[in-house]
Design a protein around this ligand. Structure first.
Ligand SMILES: CC(=O)SCCNC(=O)CCNC(=O)[C@H](O)C(C)(C)COP(=O)(O)OP(=O)(O)OC[C@H]1O[C@@H](n2cnc3c(N)ncnc32)[C@H](O)[C@@H]1OP(=O)(O)O
Ligand SMILES: CC(=O)C(=O)O
Length: 536
């Protein structure tokens, strides 16, 4: 049996990822992320730079126990004018509780001249002495060759002599860094091949940045040329435009290029969860379009696509989403055909004969409503109601007679400027006519409160219903303040269930009411809805 070649995965989310503008990990974030990476099967988890800030000091003073990964500290070669043994930076690395140390060193003559401002020979001493000391005191030293590709293009002999100094001093991995992120895949492949020939036996790694949107492609080019370690981050976090995205690289290496990594098939199925878990921690919306793990990565919208996917998913899927822990979704919109509707019906549990003529009517209705501004591909609950109403399955839980909303902006008794809204709503629930009034901090909030106040006695299960997201989009911007607006609402029942609804109107309050009406109707319908208002 031919054994697959092994790629070693080195994660720098907690160090280069922490250099992302707007990202600020706490110690507990770092602990949780390190554990996720370890459970995934990453070989090296770089925890940060001990000595650089109190968070990293605290993290390295009491690091998490990792079952598989080598917990790694990052730092730089010694400062000029000091011995390695007397360098405070190296002392911090030696004192850190870790299994390995990765040190960045200069390899571009321009940087040695300008940033360090020392003779080029001296930089070779910085590298060799620092690597040798770390190797002796910590067991494993890795060398991040900063600006290697720019350095090689400017002065190949000098750039290579820096690598040779690190290798001869005992660096286990020599990692070639595209620090400014400006290299292209053909250059990376050519240069890595040349290095592999110049330093035979050296374990080469690659560390790329995404400044030309080529960090993943550059990492793969380096692997083609012989690199066997990839440094990258979860979701491509990192300085400026980010680092190579390990979440994209891992499945490509394993499922397409046939490499072995420390990640098992079970680990791979955790990838979607790990990627989205990081976004959750950072309070960011996950990228729907992220390859392999995004919500849209296996979402089929075009009618032709869905028709074929229904027959065999491999017709429009390059890998099985289940292998990444992701799932297939079928989207209904104005790009849909009968197949989209039938697939969605199956997903939501509607049983209908594929030849039923109401399906064609519903396709036409969806297309007309999308033309008017509705967007059902982001409002699954509104689509389900539309479909079930067309099939006569949704009762009228309440009927609006009228609503009125008043906004008031005034100075209060404390001489502060306040804006308050008041909504009055009249509606029928069964044979009862009701009227309620409520105040809110804005017109939609007041309307929402008034609506629920009226409905709660008849439908107590609405108690936990909350709006978690509210988005307004102007659909006809050229109409100025007369523009048609689309409101998308995301609601929760307070027990983890979430659903999205949509409303469209030239009046933003009216559009909001439509979306609220669908949100409440959907909640009542899902609670068993086909019977009337007295459900509790
Ligand atoms: C390519 C990369 O992403 S490498 C990682 C970059 N990440 C970070 O910088 C985040 C953590 N850094 C820090 O907290 C701080 O920069 C520290 C604690 C490391 C150093 O802080 P300071 O001592 O205040 O120095 P400062 O950051 O202003 O400048 C860096 C110094 O290191 C020197 N230096 C840079 N690279 C190296 C190197 N490989 N070897 C030795 N010295 C170096 C610079 O020449 C500069 O020296 P100077 O002050 O004599 O001009
Ligand atoms: C080491 C590193 O982060 C870089 O060169 O980009």
């Amino acid at each position: 049996m031919i054994m697959a070649e092994r790629i070693h995965l080195y994660d720098t989310t907690l160090r280069d990822g922490a250099q992302t503008q707007g990202v600020d990990f706490s110690v507990s974030d770092k602990i949780a992320i390190a554990r996720d990476l370890d459970a995934l099967g990453i070989d090296y988890v770089e925890g940060g730079w001990p000595g650089a800030n109190p968070t990293d000091d605290a993290f390295f003073a009491d690091p998490p126990d990792l079952a598989n990964a080598r917990f790694t500290a990052f730092g730089m070669t010694r400062r000029p004018g000091r011995s390695a043994a007397n360098d405070p930076g190296l002392a911090g690395l030696i004192g850190a509780k870790c299994d390995a140390v990765c040190m960045v060193g200069k390899t571009w003559d321009f940087h040695v001249d300008v940033a360090l401002n020392i003779p080029r020979e001296e930089n070779l001493e910085l590298i060799a002495e620092s690597i040798a000391l770390i190797r002796e005191r910590k067991g494993e030293a890795l060398f991040d060759a900063e600006h290697f590709f720019d350095g090689y293009k400017a002065n190949p002999d000098y750039a290579l002599s820096c690598l040779t100094a690190a290798y001869a001093a005992g660096a286990r991995w020599i990692v070639l860094c595209d620090t400014n992120g400006g290299s292209l895949p053909d250059e990376v492949e050519r240069i890595v091949r040349a290095v592999a020939e110049s330093i035979p036996g050296g374990n080469l790694g690659i560390h790329t940045h995404n400044d030309t949107e080529n960090a993943v492609a550059n990492s793969l080019a380096a692997v083609r040329a012989g690199a066997r370690m990839i440094q990258g981050t979860l979701n491509g976090l990192g300085e400026r435009c980010g680092n190579a995205n390990l979440v994209s690289l891992i499945p490509t290496l394993m499922l397409k290029m046939g490499f072995e990594t420390g990640i098992t098939a079970d680990g791979l199925r955790r990838l979607t969860q790990v990627s989205r878990g990081l976004d959750e921690r950072l309070n960011r919306a996950p990228n729907r379009h992220a390859p392999y793990v995004g919500e849209s990565a296996f979402a089929h919208k075009g009618g032709l696509h869905v028709s074929a996917v229904e027959k065999d998913p491999t017709s429009y899927e390059h890998v099985d989403p289940a292998r990444l822990g992701n799932r297939r979704t079928i989207v209904v919109s104005d790009q849909a055909g009968r197949s989209n509707l039938l697939a969605r019906f199956r997903e939501i549990g509607i049983e209908i004969d594929a030849r039923d003529e109401r399906i064609g009517d519903l396709v036409d209705l969806v297309k007309r409503r999308e033309y008017d501004g509705y967007a059902y591909d982001g409002a699954e609950a509104s689509f389900e109601l539309l479909a079930r109403r067309a099939l006569g399955e949704v009762p009228e839980f309440f009927r609006l007679q009228s609503f009125r909303v008043i906004d008031e902006r005034r100075w209060n008794a404390k001489d502060e400027l306040v804006t308050l809204s008041e909504a009055t709503i009249k509606l029928d629930v069964g044979s009862q006519s009701l009227m309620t009034v409520a105040e809110g901090n804005g017109p939609v909030n007041a309307l929402d409160i008034a609506l629920r106040k009226a409905l709660l006695p008849a439908y107590p299960l609405l108690e936990g219903l909350r709006l978690v997201d509210y988005k307004v989009r102007i659909l006809t911007p050229n109409d100025g303040t007369k523009a048609v607006t689309r409101v998308m609402i995301e609601s929760t029942d307070g027990h983890g269930e979430r659903w999205s609804t949509v409303g469209v109107s030239a009046n933003v309050i009216d559009a909001s009411y439509n979306a609220l009406h669908d949100s409440i109707s959907y909640r009542l319908f899902r609670a068993g809805g086909a019977t009337a208002h007295d459900r509790r």
